[in-house]
Design a protein around this ligand. Structure first.
Ligand SMILES: [Zn+2]
Length: 311
């Protein structure tokens, strides 16, 4: 190792070095190229992205905790730590499990539960990429997931893109997140237009021939139609932001985690992946989009306002 690298590393307090390393991993995801010629290459790009995303979450969590106290990230409490602590002082010391540290950092920042779960899901995806060599998500999905996580993490921690990401990754994060939001707005607007076309056709037909379905009966039939298809997951009733019909979020159990809390005390954490679909206008959202669109306790008017729908 060249001495100037070591010199640079020990010149930074631990939490600052960890933030730099986290930013390097997060930035690296944006520099990956998805224009892969073969499925093998595409799979490898996704596995690399997944490993970088998990490393970014783990290292940023450590940085956030180490800023409070460096001992927080260690598995065993050390006898003494010098001040300031640098990464070199941690040689030979074990840091705690990434999931535990992330959970602790998330509590410290009061991160929203869905965002906490998104981060845990990114960490699980990283483990699969490390131990089995592949990711279930492609590069685009990994970017959507990590950019959403980064957006909320920054909002809670006060970090800014330019504090920890490279300049090109900062710009990419900013435009990626905007594109994600614009994509959601367009999906809602398109579904709304489609719904209005269907609605006029049904009303016209009913006016010409009263034996044809009325609009309210047609809507009711469609609202009921897909319920029976979802026996595998729990349904959460949600009003569709596009057509205001009764729709559902389907919650499928992704993973169950048991956490040892003390003698005879084990807490159970159930992780879900979500999908939204409206049986009337057919608007659909995947897991990442559901996490972003539907906030707990948000009214329909607030949701429509958030996406500037002007409905
Ligand atoms: Zn709808």
């Amino acid at each position: 190792m060249k001495s100037d690298v070591k010199k640079w590393r020990v010149s930074l307090p631990l939490h600052e070095a960890l933030q730099v390393f986290a930013g390097q991993h997060a930035s690296a995801i944006y520099e990956l190229n998805d224009a892969s010629a073969t499925p093998e290459a595409e799979s490898f790009v996704a596995a690399c992205a997944s490993q970088h995303a998990g490393a970014a979450i783990e290292l940023l969590s450590k940085s956030i905790l180490a800023r409070e106290h460096p001992a927080l990230i260690l598995q065993n409490l050390p006898d003494a730590l010098p001040r300031p602590v640098t990464v070199n002082d941690l040689v030979g010391k074990r840091t705690s499990d990434a999931n535990e540290l992330y959970a602790l950092a998330a509590r410290h920042l009061s991160l929203d539960k869905r965002i906490v779960n998104l981060g845990k899901s990114i960490l699980r995806d990283r483990n699969q990429a490390v131990h089995l060599g592949y990711s279930d998500h492609d590069l685009g999905e990994i970017l959507d997931r990590i950019s959403l996580w980064i957006y909320y993490l920054q909002e809670s921690s006060g970090l800014k893109e330019s504090d920890w990401l490279s300049s090109s990754a900062s710009a990419a994060q900013y435009s990626r997140f905007n594109a994600f939001t614009v994509g959601i707005r367009e999906a809602i607007t398109d579904a709304r237009a489609k719904f209005e076309r269907m609605k006029s056709a049904i009303i016209d037909a009913h006016q010409k021939d009263v034996s044809r379905l009325s609009f309210s009966k047609w809507r009711q039939d469609r609202e009921q139609s897909k319920l029976e298809l979802h026996e595998l997951g729990d349904l959460i009733a949600e009003v569709c932001p596009a057509c205001e019909s009764q729709a559902q979020i389907v919650a499928m159990i992704d993973d169950v985690e048991y956490e040892y809390e003390g003698p005879d005390e084990v807490s159970t954490n159930v992780f879900y992946s979500f999908a939204f679909e409206c049986p009337v206008c057919e608007l659909e959202f995947d897991d990442t989009e559901v996490t972003f669109v539907f906030k707990d306790g948000q009214s329909l008017a607030e949701l429509q306002d958030r996406f500037a729908l002007g409905i």
